[in-house]
Design a protein around this ligand. Structure first.
Ligand code: URA
Length: 244
């Protein structure tokens, strides 16, 4: 039974490689891959806390201006620039990362460095251009030395993310890593490895968690399950990835 399963998974991986989806990974499947392979995204729906009221005149531009003036936490003093988010203001899909790094702090553009290169490949494999989705982070300023966001920084900043999502009203949200999953669902006990395969409900919008591109760069074996998650994101829109 286990051997059958491994065989099927290997076939799937070969197939995806054959399709040219080379970001998904080069290593053969190992038993540790199985630990990352949760059941397909399905029923158990977990619901996030309720929505704030957004004034009808609000816009993403106004939100970005407020972010630019924000001094709600210590990161306001150390940042070069704010990184509010980027992409289609009416996107069907919003990707949410953790926080800007050095490249993003210098450019003001989310996922501008190596991790962004991988995210761009993931989006392209889905048959989309980067400017057809919206990309943002939980934190809009860089934590020094790329440390994880502190709890008080998330608390100070997450309101901007809720506001952006209320303005964009995407059809599906894809969280990249633990930080956005926990921040949006308001539950610090959640982790991607256990949560992926579950479709969450963020204030009425499906939320699909997957791995952070930084994790994917260090863990080839996580690319295959990530690809399954991205296909689930497309499935919410009634789409399938293009064949290659
Ligand atoms: N760049 C971002 O904008 N966000 C991340 O989470 C990582 C890199």
């Amino acid at each position: 039974m286990r051997d059958d399963l491994l065989g099927n998974l290997r076939q799937l991986l070969e197939l995806d490689r054959g399709l040219g989806l080379d970001w998904i990974g080069r290593g053969g499947l190992t038993t540790s891959d199985l630990a990352l392979l949760a059941p397909p995204v399905s029923a158990p729906v977990i619901t996030a806390p309720t929505a704030p009221v957004i004034p009808p005149t609000d816009t993403l531009r106004a939100c970005a201006a407020d972010i630019a003036n924000c001094r709600a936490c210590g990161l306001g003093a150390s940042r070069i620039t704010t990184v509010p988010g980027d992409g289609d203001h009416q996107a069907d899909i919003v990707f949410v990362g953790e926080a800007p790094g050095a490249d993003e702090d210098a450019s003001g553009v989310p996922f501008a460095g190596k991790e962004g290169d991988l995210l761009n490949k993931m989006i392209a494999a889905m048959g989309l251009r980067r400017d057809q989705v919206f990309i943002t982070n939980v934190l809009k300023c860089r934590p020094p030395a790329n440390r994880l966001p502190a709890a008080d920084e998330v608390t100070a900043c997450v309101g901007y993310l809720h506001r952006q999502l209320a303005l964009i009203r995407p059809k599906v949200i894809c969280t990249l890593g633990n930080v956005p999953l926990r921040a949006l669902m308001g539950d610090d006990r959640l982790g991607v490895t256990g949560a992926r395969g579950t479709r969450f409900d963020y204030r009425g919008t499906p939320l699909i968690p997957t791995f952070h591109p930084g994790f994917l760069l260090r863990n080839d074996s996580a690319k295959k399950p990530c690809w399954e998650d991205l296909k689930s994101v497309l499935a919410v829109l009634g789409r399938v990835p293009p064949s290659r």
